[in-house]
Write a protein of this length. Structure first.
Lengths: 308, 381
C-alpha cells in the first residue's frame, strides 16, 4: 500500500469537498438546536432542496434560480415541521421522521410524474453552481491544488459558519435564541416571544437546509438521485451533537467525517471491498459521537463535583 | 372507552385527510383519484394471489411496528429496526445454510434464536450509548441502519455469495411453509401474531413490562421507586431488536428462501410509521400495519391499471404520519386531565404526562402512550 498516494495535498480538498454538504446540514441542525429543537428533519429538508434545485436549474437554465427555489422548498418543509411542532404540539422526532419520509416520497413521486424519470435524473441541461477559478494560484502548485476551482457554495460555507457563529454569540437575536433554548420560561419572563423565536430558528434552518440540498445536487454533483442525501442530514445532526451546537466545532466534526469518507474512497483502489469503504464514515460518526458525548458527560460530572 | 373512541375517530379523520391530500396530488398529475383508489384496493384484495401478497407484506410490518412501539414505551425512539431486520435475516440465512447437521425442526428454532440474539445485541449498542453516555439514539440507530445494510450487502456479495448475478446468498435448507401459493405468505404470519400477542402480554401483565412502561412515562419517578431506568430501557431496546430479528428471519426463511440483498429496505420505516400514527398503541398498531401493508401491495396494481406512480402511496403515508403526529389537530372539546386515577393501561390515548400526579406507592398505571422524549430524565415541557 502506497501511503503517499493516499495522504497527499489533494486529500485536504477532498476532505473539505465531502464535508461541505454535511457542514451545511449540521448548521441547519445547529440553529434549531440552540432553541432546543432537535431537527431530525434536516435530511428531508435537504433532499427536497436538492430536488428543487435540480428541477429548476434544468427547466430555467439558471443555477441561481435553482438555489433560491431550493431554499424556498427547504423553508416550506421546515414550516410544516414548525407549525406541527409549535402550534399542534407534534413530537419533534416523530414529525421530523415524517418530514424525512415525506421528502423521500414526494421527490420520488415528482421525479416519476413531472420529470418522467425513475431512479436518477441527470441531463446536460442542468446548470451546476460554477466553480471559482483563481488564475494567479496556478503558479504555486501546492496552493493551486488546495484552493483553486472551489465551488461557490464551498467558499460560501466558510462565510456561513463565521456568520452563524457571530449571530449566535455576538448579537441580541442569538442571545435570545440561546435563552429560549436553555430556559424558555425565563426567556418568556424577560419578554421574549418564545414561539416566535422558535419559528424564526426553524425557518432559517429550513433556508440553510435547502441550500445544503442545492449544494449537494448542483455543486457537489450535477444530478438528482432518489434518496441522494444518503443519511448526510443525520451525519450533520451527529456533527451538531459533537460540537454541541457551536458552529465552528460542529464544522470541525464534519471535517472528521469528510476525512473518513475521502480516505475510504482512496482505499477502494487497493481492493478493500466497496461496502466496507461505504460503511466506514457511518462507523466513524457513531464512534466519534459516542466518545465526544462521553467526554462531555465526564466534564460535566467533574464540574458538578467541584461545585459541591 | 371514551378516550379510545376519540383516538379512533382521530385516526380515521387523519386517514381521510391524508387520502384527500393524495387525491389532490393525483388530480395535479391529471388522473382520476377515485379510480386510482379503487385500483389500489383491488390491487390489494382482488384474488387469492393479491390477498396473499397483502398478508405477506403485513407479516414483517406487524413485527416492526410492534418493535418500534416496545422501544417507544420505554421512551426510546428506535429508528434502527430496519438494521435489526437485516442482521436477523443474515444470521438466519447463515444458520439455515451452514448448520445442516441439526435436524430440521431444531434448525428452524436455531435460525430464530440466532436472529433474535444478533438483532438484540445490535439494538443493545444504541441503548447502552443512550443510557450511559446520553448519545441520541435517533441519530445512532439511523446511522447503524446504513452500517447493517452495508455489512449484509458485503456478506452476500462476498463470503456468503451464491455466485449468481444478483447479490444473494445460497438457499436456506429449512423453510417456513407457504400456504397460499403462488403468493409468498407463510406460516411466519402466525409466528408473528403469536409473538406480538406475547410481547403485548409481557408489556401489560408482567413486572418487566410494567417497569418498561413506567420508565417511558417518567424515568425520574421510576428511579425514585427503585426501578432502574437504565436497565429497563436497555431491556426494551433489546426486546425491540429481537422483534426486528424475528421479522428478518421470517422474511428470509418464509418469503425468499435465501438472503436477498436490500430485502428489508422500508420494512423498518413503515413499521415505525404504523406505530407512530397510532401513538405507539399496541392494540391499534397491528391494524395500522395492516392498512399500510394494504397500501403497499395495492400500489403496484394501481400503477399498472392507472397512470399514477406507486410512489404516491409513500407520499400518502408520509402525509398521514405528519398529520397524525400533530396532537392538537382534530381535538374536540376540552378534555380535562384526570388526576391520579387508576386508568387501566391501554385505554388512554392522549396522556398528558405533566398533569399526572405520581405519588404514593400505589402507582396509577403508567399511561401507555407517553411520547418518547429524546433526552432521558427530561419530561417535555
Amino acid at each position: 500500500m502506497n501511503f503517499s498516494k493516499i495522504f497527499n495535498t489533494s486529500l485536504i480538498y477532498a476532505t473539505f469537498r465531502s464535508a461541505t454538504p454535511i457542514i451545511y446540514a449540521a448548521l441547519c441542525a445547529a440553529i434549531t438546536q440552540q432553541a432546543d429543537i432537535l431537527n431530525i428533519g434536516t435530511e428531508g429538508i435537504m433532499l427536497t432542496g436538492a430536488f428543487a434545485a435540480v428541477t429548476v436549474s434544468y427547466l430555467t437554465g439558471s443555477w441561481i434560480l435553482g438555489v433560491l427555489t431550493a431554499m424556498a422548498a427547504g423553508f416550506l418543509m421546515s414550516m410544516i415541521m414548525a407549525v406541527g411542532h409549535i402550534r399542534y404540539k407534534a413530537e419533534i422526532c416523530a414529525i421530523g421522521m415524517g418530514i424525512n419520509m415525506f421528502a423521500i416520497a414526494i421527490t420520488k413521486f415528482l421525479l416519476n410524474s413531472v420529470l418522467g424519470k425513475s431512479g436518477t435524473f441527470s441531463e446536460p441541461e442542468i446548470q451546476a453552481i460554477p466553480r471559482v477559478s483563481l488564475p494567479f494560484l496556478t503558479k504555486v502548485k501546492f496552493l493551486n491544488e488546495l484552493f483553486n476551482n472551489w465551488c461557490i457554495t464551498e467558499w460560501f460555507v466558510i462565510v456561513l459558519i463565521i456568520a452563524i457563529w457571530f449571530i449566535f454569540y455576538k448579537t441580541v437575536w442569538g442571545l435570545r435564541l440561546r435563552a429560549v433554548g436553555q430556559f424558555p420560561a425565563a426567556a418568556q419572563t424577560a419578554g421574549i416571544n418564545v414561539n416566535a423565536m422558535k419559528y424564526q430558528a426553524i425557518a432559517i434552518s429550513g433556508l440553510i437546509g435547502g441550500l445544503a440540498g442545492a449544494h449537494l445536487s448542483l455543486g457537489y454533483s450535477k444530478m438528482f438521485t432518489e434518496n441522494m442525501t444518503n443519511a448526510r442530514g443525520f451525519m450533520g445532526v451527529a456533527a451538531m451533537y459533537f460540537g454541541s451546537g457551536h458552529p465552528i466545532l460542529t464544522a470541525v466534526g464534519c471535517l472528521v467525517f469528510g476525512f473518513s469518507d475521502s480516505i475510504g474512497a482512496r482505499l477502494q483502489a487497493y481492493g478493500v471491498p466497496s461496502q466496507l469503504v461505504l460503511l466506514m464514515p457511518y462507523v466513524v460518526v457513531i464512534v466519534t459521537l459516542a466518545i465526544s458525548m462521553a467526554s462531555k458527560l465526564a466534564r460535566e460530572k467533574k464540574r458538578k463535583s467541584s461545585l459541591a | 372507552m371514551k378516550a379510545t373512541m376519540q383516538s379512533l375517530i382521530k385516526i380515521l379523520l387523519t386517514m381521510i385527510f391524508a387520502l384527500l391530500i393524495g387525491a389532490i396530488f393525483i388530480l395535479i398529475i391529471g388522473e382520476n383519484p377515485l379510480e386510482a383508489y379503487v385500483a389500489l384496493v383491488r390491487g390489494a384484495f382482488n384474488g387469492k394471489l393479491k390477498i396473499g401478497t397483502t398478508l405477506a407484506s403485513f407479516t414483517p410490518l406487524l413485527l416492526t411496528s410492534c418493535a418500534f412501539a416496545v422501544a417507544a414505551k420505554a421512551g426510546a425512539f428506535n429508528v434502527g429496526v430496519e438494521g435489526e431486520v437485516f442482521l436477523g435475516g443474515i444470521t438466519a440465512a447463515y444458520i439455515g445454510i451452514n448448520w445442516t447437521f441439526l435436524p430440521k425442526p431444531i434448525l428452524l428454532v436455531a435460525c430464530f434464536a440466532g436472529a433474535i440474539i444478533v438483532a438484540a445485541l445490535w439494538a443493545w449498542i444504541p441503548a447502552v450509548l443512550k443510557v450511559y453516555y446520553r448519545v441520541s439514539e435517533v441519530c445512532v440507530t439511523i446511522l447503524m441502519n446504513s452500517v447493517a445494510l452495508y455489512i449484509t450487502s458485503y456478506l452476500v456479495s462476498g463470503p456468503m455469495s451464491a455466485g449468481v448475478a444478483n447479490a444473494q446468498s445460497l438457499p436456506v435448507t429449512v423453510n417456513l411453509t407457504q400456504f397460499m401459493k403462488p403468493s409468498s405468505v407463510n406460516t411466519g404470519l402466525f409466528v408473528a401474531i403469536a409473538v406480538v400477542v406475547l410481547v403485548t402480554l409481557v408489556l401489560y401483565k408482567t413486572t418487566i413490562g410494567y417497569k418498561i412502561r413506567s420508565v417511558g412515562t417518567n424515568p425520574n419517578f421510576s428511579e425514585y421507586v427503585g426501578i432502574s431506568p437504565k436497565k429497563s430501557l436497555i431491556q426494551a431496546m433489546m426486546l425491540s431488536g429481537a422483534l426486528g430479528g424475528i421479522a428478518g428471519c421470517i422474511e428470509v426463511l418464509g418469503v425468499h428462501g435465501y438472503f436477498l440483498n436490500n430485502f428489508a429496505t422500508g420494512l423498518g420505516s413503515n413499521g415505525m410509521l404504523a406505530s407512530l400514527i397510532v401513538k405507539n398503541n399496541m392494540v391499534f398498531a397491528p391494524f395500522m400495519a395492516f392498512f399500510l401493508a394494504m397500501l403497499k401491495s395495492g400500489a403496484m396494481g394501481m400503477q399498472q391499471s392507472t397512470g399514477v406512480p406507486k410512489s404516491l402511496v409513500d407520499t400518502i403515508t408520509a402525509v398521514f404520519i405528519i398529520v397524525a403526529t400533530m396532537e392538537l389537530l382534530f381535538k374536540f372539546g376540552n378534555k380535562k386531565p384526570r388526576r391520579g386515577g387508576g386508568t387501566p393501561p391501554g385505554k388512554t390515548a392522549n396522556a398528558d404526562i405533566e398533569t399526572q400526579t405520581r405519588t404514593g406507592v400505589n402507582l396509577p398505571s403508567a399511561k401507555t402512550t407517553g411520547t418518547p422524549t429524546h433526552n432521558e430524565g427530561e419530561v417535555t415541557t
